[in-house]
Write a protein that binds this ligand. Structure first.
Ligand code: PBG
Length: 325
């Protein structure tokens, strides 16, 4: 006798009934770029459909996401000045701090997250301060903590350290507690690889290192046990959620981290993953919308509870029209 799995694929309704993984707009966290000014919505060349917003247009974008069922966003700032320590990153009138206040003013229930890192704010483009040409771990911790506290002072719900310094989660947790932010959370970029897939983002955020690369602090793509170690350390240090980044080339890592973690697990569907789908779709080489949905459901199937994705709005619209995803 032939066993016939195809019986469960015979009609759309049957397929819907037996589908194992369901995407929801509530899974999405939308990454957004913000810069100073008014009424600005500058297209990002390497990421079609993505923009650098000024705070006013950013609020309008956030409202749209909220109305479409996306509960959360993560902010990346383009500061009005850079220096060797990235001091504009913890300024009360810094661009992210201003943006948080404006979003919270209009959308108090929207979950506002922030990227905590120095690379967009340093003139050398590295994620920490330099000592003899090398990113110095322990001096950087202090500055990251200042930045995280200032984001929470402005009203952020979660801070997302993406710098990959050792000990940063514990350090930031203490600093938040000392500043009276015991109730604010940390989404740790626990497992972050040194990846070519961040290319378009560095254009968008103007954060490419001016010399060298990030292999001295971000992880080697060949390593999996190290991912488990990084995840465990951040859980011990007090992370509330952890993340694997990038997503698509690291589905095995998402799956393995899921197995050892009791925390909500996020995956970052990064700029290069977005750009390659957009570029191929523009050329007519694949169906961009189907590729988008397939990518997102695969990331969730691998074990991610939450997905940071530039597709958030487009996928939310698609899910609204066709909830089965
Ligand atoms: C900052 C940061 C980066 C990304 C998120 N936070 C760039 C990097 O590490 O070089 C990449 C996000 C993306 O590619 O979508 N450190």
């Amino acid at each position: 006798m032939i066993i016939r799995p195809r019986r469960l694929r015979r009609t759309g309704t049957i397929r819907d009934m037996v589908r194992e993984t369901h995407l929801s707009t509530r899974d999405f966290i939308a990454p957004l770029f913000v810069k100073h000014g008014k009424n600005i919505q500058d297209p990002i060349r390497s990421m079609p459909g993505q923009f650098q917003f000024s705070p006013d247009t950013l609020v309008a974008e956030a409202e749209e996401l909220w109305d479409w069922g996306v509960p959360s966003l993560i902010l990346f700032g383009l500061p009005d000045g850079k220096d060797s320590t990235g001091s504009r990153s913890w300024a009360e009138d810094g661009i992210v701090q201003v943006a948080i206040r404006e979003i919270k003013d209009r959308l108090p229930d929207m979950v506002v997250m922030t990227d905590v890192c120095l690379c967009e704010y340093t003139d050398h483009g590295h994620c920490g301060v330099l000592l003899d040409g090398v990113v110095d771990n322990d001096t950087t911790l202090e500055l990251l903590a200042r930045q995280a506290v200032s984001h929470c002072d402005a009203g952020a719900d979660f801070v997302g350290p993406s710098d990959m310094m050792d000990g940063r989660i514990g350090h930031i947790r203490h600093a938040l507690d000392d500043a009276g932010h015991k109730d604010r959370g940390i989404l740790s970029y626990a497992v972050k690889y040194a990846s070519a897939f961040y290319g378009p983002f560095r254009d968008a955020a103007d954060s490419a290192p001016q010399f060298g690369d990030r292999t001295g602090y971000q992880m080697d793509p060949a390593n999996a046990l190290e991912a488990l170690k990084e995840a465990e350390l951040d859980m011990e240090e007090g992370a509330d959620m952890i993340m694997v980044k990038p997503a698509l080339p690291y589905l095995d890592i998402i799956n393995r981290v899921r197995e050892i973690s009791l925390l909500p697990l996020a995956a970052y569907n990064v700029s290069g993953e977005y750009a390659m789908v957009k570029a191929a779709a523009e050329k007519g080489w694949l169906d961009g919308e189907r590729a988008m949905m397939e990518m997102l459901v695969a990331i969730k199937r691998a074990g991610a509870d939450l997905i940071l994705t530039y597709f958030a709005k487009e996928a939310a619209l698609k899910l609204r029209n066709q909830p089965q995803g």
